[in-house]
Design a protein around this ligand. Structure first.
Ligand SMILES: O=P(O)(O)OC[C@H]1O[C@H](OP(=O)(O)OP(=O)(O)O)[C@H](O)[C@@H]1O
Ligand SMILES: Nc1ncnc2[nH]cnc12
Length: 200
């Protein structure tokens, strides 16, 4: 599919087939959703889908996780008319931060951080990331928000895999993702049928 094309009828999750499969091997995530952000209709439909379950919620601030969560998170924030807070991989912020250790799908030990001067008790935060695989990254971000007394209204990502950590997040937080029910098993087996026909 032409990356900028918009189909005449936009079925649920139509834009997911714009995602590109991993061609570089096991050190990398198994697919790259970022290609769908190149299509403005796809990005806007994706953001709308992510916001649907939160229509009746009060959200004061959107927080996005470094790095790809910044793109989706800021699109969500702009659509909502709210501000955006960057939760960063450690080592970049030149201001005082709180830090949180975690590990993710790569199995590596990592640290993320957030500035200390924004989150406070009573603030209602929607957390956005590109993808949830083991859930380690999202769980660390939740801790950073909650440890400062702010409330996590919910979590949003293009996909939430039904890993142990993904299921835990879904059981404990309000959530949204973009995967139609009939495609969730492909997400969980980390192989999408459209990969067969994928061409650049
Ligand atoms: O559920 P988990 O197993 O913790 O993995 C999810 C995280 O991994 C990916 O980011 P990645 O660290 O690959 O970095 P990027 O956003 O900089 O591409 C993804 O966007 C999440 O942030
Ligand atoms: N972008 C991504 N695609 C697939 N699996 C992932 N795991 C973490 N990030 C991922």
């Amino acid at each position: 599919m032409d990356v900028l094309a918009v189909p005449p009828k936009r079925e649920e999750g139509w834009y997911l087939s714009l995602m590109a499969p991993n061609t570089k091997g096991p050190k990398f995530a198994w697919l790259d959703p970022s290609r769908l952000y190149c299509n403005s209709q796809a990005l806007s439909d994706c953001v709308k889908d992510l916001l649907k379950p939160f229509q009746n919620e009060t959200i004061d601030l959107v927080a996005g996780i470094d790095a790809m969560g910044f793109i989706l998170g800021s699109a969500v924030a702009t659509t909502l008319g709210k501000g955006f807070l960057a939760i960063r991989k450690a080592g970049h912020l030149c201001v005082e931060t709180h830090t949180q250790d975690y590990s993710d799908y790569s199995g590596r030990e990592k640290v993320m951080e957030v500035r200390v001067d924004v989150l406070k008790p009573g603030l209602r935060v929607l957390l956005v990331d590109q993808w949830i695989e083991t859930g380690g990254t999202m769980r660390a971000a939740i801790k950073l928000v909650e440890n400062q007394g702010a409330t996590v209204v919910g979590i949003a990502a293009v996909a939430i895999e039904n890993s142990e950590g993904g299921k835990w997040l879904k059981e404990n937080y309000k959530y949204s993702h973009c995967i139609p029910k009939e495609l969730q098993s492909q997400i969980d087996s980390q192989y999408m049928e459209f990969f067969k026909n994928f061409s650049v």
